[in-house]
Design a binder for this molecule. Structure first.
Ligand SMILES: [Fe+2]
Ligand SMILES: [Fe+2]
Length: 144
């Protein structure tokens, strides 16, 4: 069973974003898989969670920085608001990693994944990323 299916990820008007969003969904699905295996008592899966949480953070940072660079390039008016959301989520990812390192509580991690991260990703793409992609697309079309 896949947690985030391809068709649940909104498609926006910029390919690099769609590519990053597909990779983020893939990481979320991997984490879901590892949590499920961990909860069945699989120690090897449990040990893979920390490196994956670090990869999720690193990929998110890169993904967000690319969007922020595009917003700056075109003077996107809601830059601060969109960037602020990215920063908030990076802080949440940092906290969840620290929490995992402290107690390896798979219930808490599962709860964060299912009730926060998944919904945030889909919602963020369909709102802020979608509007940003449209703005960047129009800007590039107007100066082409
Ligand atoms: Fe994005
Ligand atoms: Fe974004």
């Amino acid at each position: 069973m896949t947690l985030l299916k391809r068709e649940q990820i909104p498609v926006v008007g910029l390919d690099f974003m769609n590519h990053d969003h597909a990779a983020a969904a893939e990481q979320i699905n991997q984490l879901d898989q590892l949590i499920r295996q961990t909860q069945k008592g699989d120690k090897a899966s449990q040990q893979q969670i920390e490196p994956l949480l670090k990869e999720i953070y690193a990929h998110s940072k890169h993904h967000f920085a690319h969007e922020e660079a595009e917003m700056k390039r075109v003077n996107f008016p809601a830059y601060e608001c969109h960037k602020g959301e990215h920063e908030r989520v990076l802080e949440e990812l940092t906290q969840i990693l620290l929490q995992w390192q402290k107690n390896q509580n798979s219930e808490l991690l599962n709860d964060f994944l299912k009730t926060t991260l998944c919904h945030w990703l889909v919602n963020h793409i369909s709102t802020m990323d979608n509007v940003t992609a449209m703005f960047v697309g129009r800007y590039d079309h107007s100066v082409a």
